[in-house]
Design a protein around this ligand. Sequence first.
Ligand code: SF4
Ligand code: SF4
Length: 421
Amino acid sequence: MRGETPILAPTSVLVKPAGPDCNLRCGYCFYRGKKDLFPAGSHRMPPLVLEQLVQQHLSQSAREVSFCWQGGEPTLMGLPFFERVVALEAQYGRGHVVGNALQTNAMLLDKPWAAFLKKYEFLVGVSLDGDAQVHDANRRDAGNDGSWSKVVENIKMLLDAGVATNVLAVVTQDSAGLAEETYHRLQELGLRHMQFIPIVQPDPATPDGVTRHTVRPEAYGTFLCQLFDRWMLDLEGPRRTSVRAFDALLAHYLGLEPPECTMQATCSSYLVVEHNGAVYPCDFFVDQQWELGNLTTTHLARLWRSPRRREFGALKAVLPGQCRDCRWLSVCHGGCPKDRLFGDTPRASYLCDGYRAFFNYAHDRLARLAAEERAPGAAATGGDPMVRQPATSLSPTPKVGRNAPCACGSNLKYKRCCGNR
Ligand code: SF4
Ligand code: SF4
């Protein structure tokens, strides 16, 4: 593969250096079962695979590229692995601005980790579902002990160390009724960047075909409406909070491409790289059917251009009539294909009723907000500087015009994104 010319490639890779291995046993985890894809035992990315990954990802011509380290639990690799990561990025970056994001359960973090994450400007996403009762209902360790206390302790440590920290909260049927409480609880901890992920998991053994964790469409719609009200109230003022889905929606209303794959027309924003170098088109489709190849034998960019990857990307646009005729298609795009359960024929998202209720509820205010944003001299209120961060700068930060697209890849204007810190 030496001498491969820089070619069209994804600017973002989601890497699973410890495969599906994890130190927690979360009740709703969808990734633990992926261990069946790999030989038994522990799963760790070998040094050679890491070097090939970094070298290939940084051989592209795009200036801003990002690595999202995820799992399983990526901190199982230990700090020396990540020290090697940034050394390789410095070695192979050729004027690139490299962003690193770490999605973690935070259980293994300590002060040396925090100092490292701060020094190299990692964006850290911590999984925390709300208060202790909600969080510990599902996020327990191998001894069946809850993880909330340790996670909160380590979030405070990260914030004290000045690490850019956001929170990823899972929404289950049980927690969907607690939108306001969860939002306030996370705010109280000092978290101002939030992402909420609805659980949707099929289970043919149950009467309604989904697991007990699965958030029902009506409950999810109500959750979004209540959360949206809180987000709107805080838009001006010291408690301004970024909720990723709403920031992405506002980007849509501003005529920009939302930086959220579920709101895009196709599934073509990143690749997943497993610990052994196997490459897949999406985190939710790590399976034999969608294994594109292995970067140890085929360059990442070539896998990105492969017919199979493009076939996957286009599948999202194969929609049922219900979506094609829908008023909200241009913003919803039928939602994430993983939520179109039950069979091979195109089905609307399991969450469709919730989406429609929410879009109807929020439309007027989002349209008004976008009009205010566009008005000359408008104060910046939107934007999510944590969507993707221009983290480890391997070259001097360029001068960016206030109205130019932000270099972090959020698709927002610089003045509404990283220029608004
Ligand atoms: S399948 Fe869902 S999560 Fe995966 S790329 Fe498509 S929209 Fe995103
Ligand atoms: S709201 Fe429902 S019908 Fe409309 S595009 Fe989304 S999933 Fe399809």
